[in-house]
Design a protein around this ligand. Sequence first.
Ligand code: HDE
Length: 704
Amino acid sequence: MSEKSLYTATADTQSDNATKERPTKTGDGGEHHQLPDQTRLTTAQGIPIPDNQNTLRAGARGPALLEDFHFREKMFHFDHERIPERVVHARGYGAHGYFEATEELSDLTCAHLFQEKGRKVPAFVRFSTVAGNKGSFDLARDARGFAVKLYTEDGNWDIVGNNIPVFFIQDAMKFPDLVHSVKEAPDRAFPQAQSAHDNFWDFISLMPEAMHMVMWTMSDRGIPRSFRFMEGFGVHTFRFVNADGEGQFVKFHWKPKRGLQSVLWNEAVKINGADPDFHRRDLWNAIEAGDLPEWELGIQVFDDAFADAFPFDVLDATKLIPEEDVPVRIVGRLVLDRTVDNFFAETEQVAFCTQNIVPGIDFTNDPLLQGRNFSYLDTQIKRLGGPNFTHIPINAPKCPFHHFQQDGHMAMHAPKGRANYEPNSWKEGGPRADPDTGFRSYPEQVEGAKRKARPESFNDHYSQARQFYQSQTPVEQTHIADALVFELSKVKTPVIRDRVVSHLLLIDEGLANEVANGLGMSSMPEAATPAKEPVENLKPSDALSILKNGPGNFAGRKLGILMTDGIDDVLFEDLKSAVENVGGMVEIVAMSVGGIVTKDGKSVAADEKIDGAPSVLFDSVAVMATEDGAEALAAMLPAKDFVSDAFGHAKFIAYTDPAKALFEAAGVKETDNGMFKLSSKGDIDGFIAKLSELRFWDRISDGK
Ligand code: HDE
């Protein structure tokens, strides 16, 4: 084969991108097209590339030549594409948006963005799981990161929070141990993205301070339906500082506009198989569809007198302040309105640092927060390769900034002139510190003996865990017990299970009994010895329950309609528009992705083939089938799973009468009040009205 024919054949067999390649001068009188700059493929040095398919060789079948600078540059760059993933929160998903102050707060803080109602600043948010690696699945039972970067006019303010308001540990010293214990074991490198294993529970059972957060992660908060339907919390107590230098304590809350919602554990397990990207896809699709995710910013503000009287230490990140004690005041809103252009450049390279605060905000002495202030800056140097990560557009402030920092790896801002120190006496001498507007720390008095110690005020590890458990609905309490039984059943060492139950006895005896029974324990271990006797009488707090804070509507949720050929056009159109009218989305599932043909002969394309869209991906389902259609579906396992799972997961279900054959084949013999036969517009209205409750819990009275 001649060199020329080999070249042509290869170029012709390329995929889309490559076939766009134009013929180039081949030295045999072939055409030479000069492409416009933006479409001409070049090396990173800008040198035009004639052929992106073949290495430079000595003869078509000869050895590759080292002088092929194009090949070497391309491969060198590819070899270096990965940067270290985050040690924790490796799997995450981000989006752009804005924050708008809905209150003026100048009495509380001099933070620029709160000086005027309506002030807006750009924002970038990254949600994440904690334990899993970058390629792990979305529905792990885990806390979720909720990290917000606000590009204010006084610099970047990062609120690096979670969807759970308390943390496992009280002192940053224990963080590496906590994370080692929950991540895959170092010898076997599994299990991935889960806490259901010996190492985690071994550590936790030896760290009673973790019990409160364990209640949260074992609750439905650990398996959110979507990032859009979860709360965010700053966790630590921070300070607001006003222009007169007066300080108040503050805790930050993000409240989702669409209300709270979680999935069931049995769904989570199946979603991870059906769509490991369930959460990121959900966020992307919602923004692309214009259904913009939104949260309100709430603050709990309190003074030293409250802090002194509160039964727990406000510097202890394993405790929260119930909303009933200090109401949450809504002062702003966060809207996500733009997906990223490039995942790596934005979501992967974004560098959140708890130390990024602005004038008007300050830290407190929470020992967890103080440790984080070191860790985040330190980790960015490793991850992003040097001290100039603030030059990356996603991390750069959007307000003016001037300093004398210079050089280093990948420096992008080259200062001009000779003044690179201060003070100097040059005419163009550069920026100077401003005592009036510069960041000032709250002038807190500090004293004490230098020692490694935990204050006694951090000693009660069980009271708020109990309060959390007792604030849940019976369905939610059952989920917590089930989650504990599931996780501890994966623990192979009986003494670890015993130790966990010995702590549960101090939280709630009923819960401890349920878990012990679920584990088949022959005898109850003795209760653990608490560092401090728990308080029995904390009032339950409704704000801690998801089910008590549901959306009350179906907006932003998804109905999956499993359809067959020959269905009634009017009924289908009515159902679809009824869901859309309440702000919901509809996805069509059929036996083939080509879709179906209605009774009137109209083609309806499917979004998914039945095998790829189990009912766990939807908030509610409908089955619209003819007799023949139902018979065909009844012979398909994924279709039977579709309905039996929807039924088992307490979903509201609509169906056309002939579809009953499918339900029967799937073992759903009886209909109940959560199932709606559709034959008229009135039936549809009844179904839609019920959807606002999201689930028909009565169907699974034991909550499983
Ligand atoms: Fe983090 N945490 N953390 N963390 N954390 C990181 O920073 C750390 C803690 C949180 O989307 C790391 O850039 C220490 C609490 C979020 O990029 C690292 C301690 C809370 C994210 C780190 C904590 C968080 C991180 C890993 C104990 C909730 C993801 C890579 C003192 C309030 C941010 C990175 C993103 C990420 C350290 C505890 C939330 C290693 C030492 C408490 C949302 O710096």
